[in-house]
Each structure stands twice: as C-alpha cells, then as structure tokens.
Design a protein. Structure first.
Lengths: 524, 347
C-alpha cells in the first residue's frame, strides 16, 4: 500500500492578480490532489480564467505562491507549465486544422530521423495516446475533418503526450453535442483513474454535479467556498456563486397568446433545402426550439431573419405575406435576431456601448441621412438603465464588458426598435448565472408586452423552464411540437435524436392548437 | 482628436527642422504657396484612400486613376478637339464607374480588394499608354478657365511672424504678416474635406462605414446594407482620384502616360495611415489624413531644400513614416501602462 500523499499535487496560496481597472484575483487559495476532478465554478468575471492562465503560465500573478508536489515553483511561461506537467485546454481549440491528427499531437516536438520528420513513429506514438482518450481515428486524418468533440479529444491526447499530470479544461463541453460530452466525461473519468488530476471549468452545473469530486467556487476574484462530493447540489453551487438564493430562477407569469404574428409555411433553408419547416408564433408567446447541435435550428433563425434567404416557402408577419431577403427586410417587418455568436455577429466589439446600442435604431431616427445624436444619447442612457448594463460609461468599448453585459447590449440594440418577433439563438451561452436570470426576466417581460419570442437553446433546463411550447428539430426537419404535460426532458430527447414520435407527441404544428396551460413554473 | 496629435507633432517637427536648415527658401511666400498646393492635391486623393481603408479594404489603382484622367482630359481636348463641357463630365464620370466596378467586384463577388485594384493599377495605365501611343498629353496654351481650378489664387492668407522668423527681423511691424496666396486646390480640398468629415462623423452612413470596417458580419446582422456602403467607398475613392488627376494635370500642364501619377496610391495610403487610419479598418479621421498628406509633402520639400540628393527621397520618406509609426505605438503603450498604474494606485 502506498503511503498517503502528504502534499497535494498543486497548492496555490494567496494568489493576487490585478489588471488595469480590475482586481481579477485577491488572495485566492486552491488545492488539487492527485487523481481528482476539481470543478472551479463562478460567474463570469469571478476570476476563473485568470487563475487558470496563471497556472498554465500565460499570466504571472502579482502576489502569491504556487507549490507543486510540495515544492515552491515559478510558472513564468507556457513551456515552464508544460515541463511541470500542467496543460491548459482552451475553450477555443488550439489545433492547426490544416495538419493531421498525429502532426498536431507532436506539433513542435516532431520526432526526427535523419533530420526529417519520422512519420512512422508519429503514427505509432499518436495511436497510443488516441487510444487513451478513446478516439478511434487514424493519426493521418486531417483535423479539420473531425467534429469539434473529436478535436477536443485530440487536444487531450496532445496534453497526455507531454505527460501532463494536471489537465485544465476550460468550458470543454460548450460546443459539444450531448453524445460528445458523454464521451468526454468517460475520458475524464478514466484519466482520473490513472492518477491524472483535472481542473474542470464549466457553467453547466448539471455536468459539474456529475463529474466533479470537489467544487471550488470563486466570486468576485475571491474564494467563495468549497463543496465536497456529497454536498454538490445545484442549489448549493448557485448560492455560493451568486452569494444569495436564486429560488425563483425561471419566474414566469401566465401568458395569454394572442393573434399569430409569425406564420411560417413550408419554409426551406439553404442548409437543408430538402426539408420544409412550418410553424406559427403568436403574440405574447415564448416558444423554444430544441434539438442537437447541427439540427438546423440556427439555420432556421438565420433564414427567418434573411441572413441566408429561404429557397422556398413563405412567411407571413402579422397576417401579411412578407419577403425577407436580408436582415434589413426582416427588421422592417418587425423581426429581431440575437445571434448565436455574440462577438462576431451580435456586436461591433471595438465600438462604444452607445454606438452598439444605437446601431439598428440609427436608420429610424435619421434626418436627411444625419444621425440624431440626442436621440442616440438618450437611447443609450435609457437602455443602460433599463437593462442594468454594468458599464462605467456609455462610451466604454464593448470588448471590455463581461459576457452577460455584452449580451444585454445586443438585446438592448434590438429592443430599441421595439420588435414584434424576437428571435434568440442560445441567448445565455457563456454568461453567468446572474445575467442569465436577468435575460430570462427580460424575455418574460417582453412576452407580457405582446412580443412573440422564439428562442433556440441547447440547455434542457432553459427549454423546460422558459418555453410555453417547444418545437423540436432533427437534421433540418421539425420532428415534433411539445407543450403542457407532454413537455418532458425524455420527450424532447426522443424527438431531438430523431427516434420518431412517441405516442404522446403530435406531428409538427401548423394550426394553433391548444397552448400549454399557463401555470407559472417553479425553479428546477 | 487625441489621435491626430502625434501626426500634427510630426508635421511641426519636420517643419521646424527644415525652417532651421533652410529658412529663406522654406518660409518664402512662393514655397509656402507651392507646398499648400501640393499638399492639397495629395490630400484630395488621400481622403478617397481613407474611405476604402476604413472599410478594411485597399485601393492600389489610385495612381493609375490619376494617370487615366490626367492623360484623357488633354487627349480629348487637344487631340480630338472636344469642347470642355463634354470632356470634363466624361473624365469625371469614368472614375466613378471604375469605382463602381471595383466595389461590385469586392462586395458582391467577394474578390480581395488588393487583387481587384492591383489589376486596376495595371489596366488603366496600360490602357492610357495604348490609347495615346505612349505620347505625352498636354494642354499647351489656352484653357485658362479650366486651369484656374489648379492654378488660380482666389485670395491670400495672412501668416503672422513668418517673416520675422525667416529674416530675423524681430520687431519690424511692417513685416509682421506674410501674405501667402491660397491656391484653388486648397479651396477644393477644404470643401471635399469638410464634406467628407461631415459624412463620416455626422451621418448614419459614416457610422455604418466605421461599423462595417470593424465587423462586417455584425453590421450586416444589424440590418445595414454593407455591400452598398462598401461600393460607395470605392466609388468615392476612385472619384476623388479622378478629381485629383484632373487637378494634377492642370497644375503641371501635361502628362506622360508612362509615369504620371506613379506611386500616388502609396502616398495616399501612407497619408491615410499616418493620419490615424488602421489597415484593419473601422478607424480614421479626415483631418488626420489631410495632415498626413501635408507631412509627406513637407518632407519632399525639405529634402530638396536641405540639399539631400533627390534619389534618396523615397528612402527618407519611408524612414520617417516608419519612425513616426513606431513612436506612435510606443507612446500608446506608455500611455496604457501609465493609465494602468494610475488605476492600480487609486484602488
């Protein structure tokens, strides 16, 4: 029997890090034991990323000490971290997708033979690490041909190939399908069983609950608490993260669906031209679109909004046939889209909060082409107040806001034109619990004011918690519609995986059948 | 405003150095008037370049556009005997159409601006050389009204102190003011510059240009017709190159198709970059661009006056621009670090 390790593998003591304008970390402690999965959670801006960057040698702390195997170490560069055995797997993967799998695993450390790359050895060694992560692909396969989930496993294989003792995974499942995530969990567990330690950062608390041995919570750059295996529950994690009870997370009032405002008839998107999609959306209704990654949900919203114009079918807005060939057409018809990729599609990151907030509204307030600067100023002040956007001033560059506040800016710019139909694509992806709650409250508020809300979400809780009615898609088709008592996690998954309609499930809706009983829902 | 402080500083430094080395020539009324005219001519084409650069594009065909108009106008008037009223509109419309084609190719066909306008660079100059048989085209005498656009001096500008500095005649109040004739191109630049600045800073379209230069996709998702704005930028750029070409040829009275306007696109791009435009797009100040164009002309002027061999002109301009950009970057970083330190202290 081996003696109990006296020291943790990694011990962090009193780390402090200051950025211009922000105290990112203050006196933070953290221990990681051998063969342990430690989840680090916290709202955006709580300091998780900064702490991980310090451990991986990307940033240096202003103060504090790091002990590795009980000995003080200085991690002043990424190679220094790798030498110790600490590997960071980024949220955005860092693979060269023009190279093959083997080439990526050994990038920068290629085994040579007579001065040339020894392909055979790469293939042989790579296969071993691929097996460790349960990835069944050839080392000669191009990385760009793999799904995101498999690319992630290649990253892990790469980390193992440098003999990492501590893997830091930053939001590893954020762009994975359910099945890919399951594979990842299996790999994480098998690594743990081999004695590899894992720091797991995630916003998805249900995942944390399943995979973590221990949870460390950060709040405002400080330690907010720790939970042992037995204490890891959704409620306790949320309470530590926000520092208060979030008992009524999905607060909803009864909706009184009114006249149809968006009628979609046999719409065909360029992405899935062989499938027709039909549905109706009524005023004061919140409808969710569920499905797996790649089910065609984003494509549907983009086609409705004119980003990728339809190749067939028709759309009626407020009873009038409307041709939508561009976002400008959609806006004119009263539609708004909060897109999936906030930074690339939703915002001009390097412009000011006020400039972003007024961007859509400008055209409406113009006079002979001139901007109405007073209206612009008033609009941004009002939106910042109403949406509680945390920004030092309307002139702050949006890039420097937190994810949740950035998302509020996107919402604000659309609310400025008072849309009749609000389309949202993964509205709470990558934002913290507090901001999530506020975005749900806004969606609810808009529905009360008569806006028809259609939102795509991959988070089951969100779908079940927010939607009056759920449309489920699978590979470009609408496989069913659920509401009322039929709306259960199992039913959604059944339709989402294309398993065919269960008995309780109706075919896709074309008429306005009975809507879900309007009872407010409790928190999950 | 802060952004252009650096370039104004560079202008002042170069001017002072030249004035010290060669006060009589540099600060003469004749030289200052010339400097004003050259700066204005290059300022006009630089503003066009700035619009395209703001969309994160580039226009390499400016010099060839200058050549096209510069050769075509005298060719139509002298060789073919067209009336001014017919030739003038034509030579100003052709560049607009060229810009339209550039814009359509960039926005609709999604061809890279560098490639589109590089082909334009070869095409327009080549076409003019073929059309004119590579012969110099000139106005000769006459066309006084037309030439007034480039050579006219509608009024004079009083410059205080210049005489005193030049001659060391401090206290001689009769010499306090130097009157420098203001050439027409400077008046035209003023009109173009004010219009461009108003367009960029006060209209919705200016905001759209800046937005799409930073992130075209997000601009499109916001309902902005980004294609139309990009096309507009190329039309403005080619149009201003054409206007510049006309003024350039009227100024020097004749043009050689083989080298008229050669490298002018690079002067224009350099002026825009000096004036605060980022080649990444989404940034730019019209005033900065005009100052940038002026810096380049003062540099050329001082190379001649100080007696540096003119063969070294490009090398010196290149070195000064590079130094300016490096200093600008260093100052920016220093300021950022100071701000960070201050914020840390305030905590």
């Amino acid at each position: 029997m081996s003696p109990l390790p006296v020291n943790p593998l990694l011990e962090v003591r009193g780390i402090t890090k200051r950025y211009p304008g922000v105290l990112a970390l203050e006196d933070v402690d953290l221990n990681v034991h051998r063969g342990e999965v430690l989840a680090v959670i916290g709202e955006n801006g709580a300091g998780k990323s900064t702490l991980m960057k310090i451990l991986a040698g990307v940033q240096r702390p202003d103060r504090g000490q790091i002990l590795w195997n009980g000995r003080p170490v200085v991690i002043d560069s990424v190679p220094a971290a790798l030498r110790l055995g600490i590997a960071l797997i980024h949220q955005e993967l860092n693979l060269a997708d023009n190279l093959d799998v083997g080439g990526n695993i050994f990038l920068g450390r290629e085994p040579l033979r007579f001065g040339l790359i020894d392909r055979r050895r790469i293939d042989r060694d790579a296969a071993r690490f691929l097996q460790m992560v349960g990835l069944d692909v050839s080392p000669r396969q191009l990385v760009s041909q793999l799904s995101i989930g498999r690319q992630q496993l290649v990253e892990i294989a790469k980390a193992l190939s440098v003999d990492a003792r501590l893997l830091i995974m930053d939001e590893p499942t954020s762009s994975l399908s359910q099945r890919e995530a399951e594979t990842l969990f299996r790999v994480v567990r098998s690594l743990r069983d081999r004695g590899v330690s894992v720091i797991y950062i995630s916003h998805r608390l249900s995942e944390v609950q399943r995979i973590a041995d221990r949870v460390c919570v950060l709040r405002d750059g400080r330690n907010a608490g720790e939970l042992g295996r037995a204490d890891i529950t959704h409620d306790r994690m949320v309470r530590l993260m926000v520092g208060r009870d979030v008992s009524q997370f999905y607060q909803r009032l009864p909706h009184e669906p009114k006249q149809p405002v968006l009628e979609v008839d046999r719409l065909r998107t360029p992405a899935y031209p062989q499938h027709e999609v039909s549905f109706r959306l009524r005023a004061s209704e919140v409808v969710g679109v569920a499905g797996l990654i790649g089910a065609g949900r984003t494509e549907l919203l983009q086609t409705l909004f004119g980003v990728t114009p339809a190749v067939g079918g028709s759309v009626r807005v407020q009873g009038r046939a409307t041709r939508i060939r561009s976002p400008a057409d959609a806006i004119r018809a009263g539609l708004a889209l909060v897109p999936e990729d906030r930074k690339q599609q939703g915002l001009i990151l390097d412009m000011a909060v006020s400039e972003n907030l007024s961007l859509v509204r400008l055209a409406h307030d113009q006079r002979f082409g001139f901007r109405n600067r007073r209206a612009e100023r008033e609009l941004s002040v009002r939106m910042i107040r109403e949406l509680r956007i945390k920004t030092p001033s309307p002139r702050q560059i949006v890039r420097y806001l937190s994810g949740g506040n950035q998302q509020k800016v996107v919402l604000g710019k659309w609310l400025a034109i008072r849309p009749r139909v609000l389309l949202l694509d993964e509205p709470t992806r990558g934002i913290d619990v507090g901001a999530k709650e506020e975005i749900y409250r806004l969606m609810e508020q808009l529905a009360q004011q008569g806006v028809a809300v259609l939102f795509v979400s991959s988070e089951m809780e969100e779908i079940l918690g927010m939607a009056d009615r759920v449309l489920v898609m699978h590979e470009g088709r609408m496989t069913g519609e659920l509401s009322g008592n039929e709306l259960t996690e199992e039913a959604v998954m059944q339709l989402a995986t294309g398993a065919g309609p269960a008995s309780a499930v109706r075919p896709p809706d074309t008429a306005d059948r009975a809507n879900r009983s309007n009872s407010p829902k409790e928190a999950p | 405003m802060k952004k252009i402080l650096g370039i104004v500083g560079l202008l002042v430094v170069v001017s002072i150095l030249t004035a010290i080395k060669s006060p009589e020539s540099f600060l003469s009324a004749y030289n200052l008037e010339n400097l004003l005219r050259r700066s204005a001519l290059f300022g006009i084409i630089s503003i066009g370049a700035a619009f395209v650069i703001i969309t994160s594009g580039i226009d390499l065909s400016i010099g060839s556009g200058v050549c096209l108009v510069g050769c075509l106008l005298p060719w139509l008037l002298k060789v073919h005997g067209w009336p001014v009223a017919a030739a003038l509109p034509l030579v100003l419309i052709i560049p607009l159409l060229i810009g339209l084609v550039h814009g359509l190719l960039v926005a609709k066909l999604r061809i890279q601006p560098f490639v589109v306008t590089l082909c334009g660079l070869l095409l327009y100059r080549g076409a003019m050389r073929g059309l004119t048989g590579d012969q110099a085209q000139g106005f000769g005498t006459g066309f006084e009204t037309l030439k007034y656009l480039a050579l006219g001096k509608p009024f004079s500008i009083p410059l205080p102190l210049v005489n005193w500095i030049r001659d060391g005649s401090w206290g001689d109040w009769s010499q306090f003011v130097l009157w420098v004739a203001c050439p027409m191109p400077a008046v035209i630049l003023l009109l173009v510059g004010v219009a461009a600045a108003v367009f960029l800073n006060l209209t919705v379209y200016g905001r759209y240009l800046l937005a799409l230069g930073r992130n075209e996709e997000a601009a499109r998702y916001s309902g902005i017709n980004t294609n139309r704005m990009v096309i507009l930028a190329y039309v403005l750029c080619a149009g201003l190159a054409g206007l510049g070409g006309m003024l350039f040829v009227l100024d020097v009275n004749s043009a050689q198709p083989v080298d008229f306007g050669n490298f002018y696109e690079l002067y224009a791009i350099a002026a825009a970059v000096l004036g605060g435009c980022s080649l990444r797009g989404g940034e730019g100040s019209i005033l900065g661009v005009i100052v940038g164009a002026t810096v380049m002309q003062v540099l050329r002027n001082s190379i001649t006056l100080v007696g540096i061999p003119t063969q070294l002109e490009f090398a010196i301009i290149g070195a000064v621009i590079l130094a300016g950009v490096i200093v600008d970057e260093l100052v920016k970083r220093l300021a950022a670090r100071r701000r960070a330190a201050r914020e840390a202290r305030d905590r």
